[in-house]
Design a protein around this ligand. Structure first.
Ligand SMILES: [Zn+2]
Length: 68
């Protein structure tokens, strides 16, 4: 089996959700403040990651606002 070692991918994880006083502009559903962690991996080895925060809709999944 050939292993491709040029693989760069990103994994996005939500670490926590907090309720946010507002609603989604797309579907009108409830929105939350999410603490995200994005890891960039090269050959499945994480070499760069950052924490950021975004306001996301828990109903349709739209990102309404992001803080970096
Ligand atoms: Zn929505």
């Amino acid at each position: 089996m050939v292993v491709f070692c040029f693989l760069v991918d990103q994994t996005k994880k939500v670490r926590s959700y907090k309720p946010w006083a507002g609603s989604c502009s797309r579907c009108g559903g409830g929105a939350s403040v999410a603490d995200m962690k994005t890891a960039t991996r090269f050959c499945f080895v994480p070499f760069y990651w950052k924490n950021w925060r975004a306001i996301v809709c828990t109903f349709c999944g739209a990102t309404l606002k992001s803080y970096r």
